[in-house]
Every structure is written in structure tokens, then in C-alpha cells.
Write a protein that binds this ligand. Structure first.
Ligand SMILES: [Zn+2]
Length: 317
């Protein structure tokens, strides 16, 4: 057990006295029933933290139904989590920095061996130079003539051999909450919202399964007040903390410092906050940074580790 894990459990246990969490750090995903989120990648963009880059899996009644982000290392963690590509209905890519999307084609390759039934909705932001939008990203990878992985072109061509891919690109003009997926049978509803991440088009996702809500803030600087409403009353809010409090310049235009993360969680009145996307520079001051988060948000705060599994036990506010 490493120091970070001890710290995380310590924070979790300390909060128990103040608050009876309806969210439990389950031993292992998937629980046989109910909704759980599993951290596949809790690391950042630099290979210095011993973690996979950004990725999260939503389990519903024992099935891996939705994946948010697919950064480097997702491929390995997906297998370690015993997730099944055939069960996936939805992949939401928050943006096209490599630490959020680089393992996407590797997962598609894996899935081509066991495609399962049904379709796969893939959502992502619209583009803005020098960042491509989702449709450009998919075409550059999967176009059956010009794609880097043209041999996986059947995903776009809908040839019947693979899952049918529905691409949902959220244009930058859509500044509010935007529905990207809804399935009445499974009661899964997913909305996206553009969030400020420097010049990079980026989406946060709100995944609702029945009454349970998990919000994935992705990389953002925390300066969009509407995001608080988007995250309102979530059971779990996952926010990214790759930088420390004294961040400035480009780092601050890209990312929220710890006190801003805590303020957002407080204003959104979420049940639990999970801090993720950790880099060596945020881990080196982890105790202080978590303290700054907790100085603004009095609910339970957990620090993510790869493969951590959080089960939501239904809870009425
Ligand atoms: Zn990132």
C-alpha cells in the first residue's frame, strides 16, 4: 500500500464521523447490481506518476456501460477491470489531448474481436484550430481510405461486422447542457457541457442512471459558473487536480487550483468529491492540496487511484 492510498483512505475515514456516506469504496468493481464508477486512469499527461492517464468506467448492474475518456493506459486498465467492450453503449471523449484519447483506437481494435450487439455512441467536442473536432478525430483514425487505422474502418462504414458507431459532436456554439445519449430501457441519460480548458475545446459529462448522477468535470480552469448547475446535486463529482494552488500562466488557464475545485464542489452541493488526474507536481504537495479543497468543501473528499471502485447506494437528499 503506497502513501497516497493511505492518505486517501485516511481522508475517507476522517469524513465518516461527520457524514454518513451513501457511497462506499467497494472492494472491487463491478458490484452485482446498482451503479458504480471505477477509475481506470487517475494520472496526468506526464509519465511521471505511475498511473494511467484519464479514463473512468460506469458500471450498471454488473455491466460496463459507459466509458469517459481513454487516455494512455486505459487499454490495460480496461482489461484489469474485467470490462467488456461488447457491453459498452457509450464512450465520451472529453477532449483531444493525448492523455484523454490516445488509447481509443486500441480499445476499438480489442473490441473488434468481441463486438457484442447493439450500437456504440461516441461523443466529443467540436473542433477549433489546432484541435480537431470529434468527426475529424474519427475520420483521421478510421476512414477506410485515408485513416491511420483504415483496417478498422468498418466502425464508421457500418458494415454489420462491428458495433455501429454513432458519432455525436458537440459544437462549441452549444455552450449549455447538451444531450448526447439517452436509453429508456437502461434509464441511462448522458449530457455534455463545454468547459474552459485554455484554447482546447473540452467537454464535461453528466451521467445519470435512474436517480444516480456522476459528473466528470474533465480538465477545466473552473471559470464557467454554469458548470456548477451542470454538476448540481451529483452523487459523485470527479474533478481533475493536476496543478497546485500557486499555479499561474498557461497552467492556470488550463486547470483549476485546489481551492477552486473545493468551491465548485461546495456550490454544486455534491454528495462526494473525487480528485483525480494527478501529476507528480500535484502529488508532491498532496496533503496541502487536499486540505485546500476541504477548506472549501465539507463533504467527503477522496483521492483517486487506478482501479478504485465507488458504488452509489441510493440516497435521498
Ligand atoms: Zn489532461
Amino acid at each position: 500500500m503506497n502513501n497516497h492510498r493511505i492518505h486517501r483512505l485516511g481522508v475517507f475515514i476522517l469524513t465518516l464521523g461527520l457524514f454518513v456516506p451513501a457511497i462506499s469504496l467497494a472492494g472491487q468493481c463491478p458490484p452485482a447490481s446498482g451503479v458504480a464508477v471505477q477509475v481506470l486512469g487517475s494520472g496526468g499527461p506526464i509519465a511521471d506518476d505511475g498511473r494511467a492517464s484519464s479514463a473512468y468506467l460506469v458500471w450498471v448492474d454488473g455491466k460496463s456501460r459507459a466509458l469517459i475518456d481513454a487516455g494512455g493506459g486505459t487499454f490495460l486498465r480496461f482489461a484489469e477491470a474485467k470490462a467488456n467492450f461488447g457491453d459498452l453503449d457509450f464512450i465520451g471523449l472529453s477532449h483531444f489531448h493525448a492523455d484523454h484519447s490516445a488509447d481509443f483506437p486500441a480499445l476499438l481494435k480489442s473490441g473488434s474481436f468481441r463486438p457484442g450487439n447493439g450500437s456504440l455512441t461516441v461523443a466529443g467536442p467540436g473542433g477549433s484550430s489546432p484541435f480537431p473536432g470529434l468527426s475529424h478525430f474519427l475520420t483521421s483514425l478510421l476512414d477506410s481510405d485515408s485513416g491511420a487505422f483504415a483496417y478498422l474502418g468498418d466502425y464508421l462504414a457500418d458494415a454489420g461486422r462491428l458495433k455501429k458507431m454513432n458519432a455525436v459532436e458537440v459544437a462549441r456554439e452549444n455552450t449549455g447542457s447538451y444531450s448526447v445519449y439517452a436509453d429508456s430501457e437502461s434509464a441511462i441519460q448522458i449530457d455534455a457541457m463545454h468547459v474552459p480548458h485554455g484554447i482546447v475545446p473540452a467537454l464535461a459529462y453528466r451521467v445519470q442512471v435512474g436517480k444516480e448522477v456522476i459528473v466528470f468535470a474533465s480538465d477545466q480552469n473552473g471559470n464557467k459558473p454554469e458548470f456548477v448547475d451542470f454538476a448540481k446535486d451529483a452523487n459523485i463529482l470527479i474533478m481533475h487536480m493536476p496543478v497546485p494552488e500557486d499555479v499561474s500562466g498557461v497552467g492556470r488557464r488550463l486547470h483549476a487550483p485546489p481551492s477552486v475545485i473545493g468551491t465548485i464542489a461546495n456550490d454544486a452541493d455534491v454528495q462526494m468529491l473525487i480528485i483525480s488526474h494527478l501529476m507528480a507536481r500535484s502529488l508532491s504537495q498532496l496533503d496541502g492540496n487536499v486540505g485546500l479543497v476541504s477548506s472549501k468543501f465539507s463533504g467527503p473528499v477522496a483521492v483517486a487511484d487506478d482501479l478504485d471502485c465507488y458504488k452509489i447506494n441510493h440516497w435521498e437528499k
